[in-house]
Design a protein around this ligand. Structure first.
Ligand SMILES: [Zn+2]
Length: 468
């Protein structure tokens, strides 16, 4: 640590400790790293240990109390920085105020999108939408600041922030150009930019840095719903429905306007296709989709599978409740998937979507998924004699026998991991394994489960089937 710096600089109201240190060091022709041993982007500045603050106080002449108030956890003691939507922005990418230009400590949080000092929008190095900031954000910003200030002492404030985090997370994949309706002061130009950003980020990397404009939009559409658990739940159900961008074309979809048309229409179709509950997988995947769907699609597609199983049961007088549909699936659905299934059952439009899903299942060849689930539920490993025949890259996977068993389960049942021997396996690992398989490997595994499940169903030698 160097001696006290000769040129003193005042800590501005609301300024972040690293912004202050950078100005101080620049005025003394040195750097923050030389003076403190840490880079400006180091996470230590979110909550510096007392001895570091004492050292910084000694060289800058600012009290440790003032310095502490210029750190993230000093300014917002109740905030969980690790939350991806409301917590810290990526440390290397700070947001700045477009008005006063002060780098406020508040800009370290995703959930703060206006400058607390001058209320101008925050921005970062990414380009911004060429449209005015939606005016509806102003009052929301004030309530967010109050909630953050209360969070250290008030459990209700912390609960609201927790609900807000989950709402903002699930809002992102559900945002369309035209859904939900534009908020107060939100223009179509603004919305298009935000949607393009999401689509681009999904394509390249996932979400590392959210520009303040993106967080602003999520906040704008979710803050009111975070007020209580019931509204939060209702919104999350709607997000799960809206997150699926696949929709049948106008031509594919039956033109049912009312439940009185849709319910008998769907059941007539299921009788014509001879589609029974045992034909329906535990999740509905579209042709070309990955063997494990991205998380944001899983709730809706599980709910569609439940609703379709129920209607197939009603059409053939076999089952008459969602509960019974779950029993056919051999695994429980989440409470949310059940709620979303009820929303689907009450919507003529979504029953039309089910009719198209039924045609897709039929076109791919109906299989007795219930029988396959029963035959493969206990399969936790495939034999080494099988995995040895996979080509080298696949065979070299750690736990290849387990992964092959999970792959076989998914391929044969066309459903979810749930209900099989490895419900908790990380989807990324299974997808990486799937990615390694070539055509020969797939044929090999598929031929194996065909033989394996048929052998299991064959009666022991010398015992005739009843009635044969
Ligand atoms: Zn400002």
């Amino acid at each position: 640590m160097t001696a006290a710096l000769r040129t003193r600089v005042a800590l501005r109201d609301g300024e972040d400790i690293t912004a202050f240190l950078q100005r101080t060091c620049a005025a003394n022709f040195t750097t923050i790293e030389d003076v403190t041993g840490y880079r400006a982007s180091a996470r230590v500045w979110e909550d510096p240990p007392p001895d570091l603050l004492v050292r910084v106080a000694a060289v800058t002449g600012i009290t440790t109390e003032q310095l502490r108030a210029a750190t993230l956890l000093g300014a917002f003691p109740g905030v969980p920085p690790a939350r991806a939507r409301i917590g810290r922005r990526w440390a290397g990418e700070t947001a700045t105020c477009t008005g006063c230009g002060i780098q406020t400590v508040a800009a370290r949080l995703n959930v703060i999108v206006l400058c607390p000092l001058c209320r101008s929008p925050l921005t970062d190095r990414q380009p911004s939408p060429a449209a005015p900031v939606p005016t509806g954000i102003g009052p929301i910003h004030d309530e967010v600041m109050d909630t953050l200030a209360a969070a250290a002492q008030d459990r209700h404030a912390r609960d609201r922030l927790r609900r807000l985090e989950s709402l903002m997370a699930e809002f992102e994949p559900a945002l369309w150009r035209n859904w939900p309706p534009l908020a107060e002061g939100e223009t179509q130009t603004w919305r298009d930019w935000i949607v393009r950003w999401h689509v681009h980020q999904r394509a390249i990397s996932g979400y590392l840095v959210r520009p303040p404009e993106v967080s602003l939009t999520s906040l704008l559409h979710t803050w009111a719903a975070s007020a209580d658990p019931e509204r939060t739940r209702r919104y999350l159900d709607e997000f799960a429905l809206a997150a699926d961008r696949w929709q049948p074309t106008q031509r594919e979809r039956p033109g049912w306007d009312t439940l009185e048309q849709a319910v008998p229409g769907l059941q007539r179709k299921l009788r014509r296709l001879k589609l029974h509950p045992h034909h329906v997988p535990t999740i509905l995947r579209r042709p070309g989709e990955s063997i494990i769907l991205p998380e944001h699609l899983r709730t809706r597609r599980t709910a569609e599978a439940l609703a379709l199983t129920l209607h197939a049961g009603l059409a053939h007088h076999l089952i008459d409740s969602l509960h019974a549909a779950e029993r056919v699936h051999g695994t429980q659905a989440s409470p949310r998937a059940r709620r979303v299934a009820r929303l689907i059952l009450a919507s003529p439009f979504d029953l039309g979507v089910l009719a198209v899903q039924a045609s897709t299942l039929h076109a791919a060849g109906l299989q007795d998924r219930h029988r396959l689930r029963g035959a493969l539920a206990g399969l936790d490993k495939t034999p080494t004699s099988l995995t040895r025949q996979l080509h080298a890259a696949a065979a070299a996977f750690p736990d290849v026998q387990i992964l092959a068993a999970a792959w076989v389960w998914l391929d044969a049942t066309a459903g979810r991991l749930a209900g099989g021997a490895h419900p908790q396996l990380a989807p990324a690992t299974v997808l990486a394994f799937d990615d390694t398989l070539d055509g020969h490997d797939r044929d090999l595994l598929r031929a194996w489960w065909h033989t394996h499940t048929n052998t299991l169903n064959r009666p022991p030698r010398g015992v005739a089937r009843a009635g044969s």
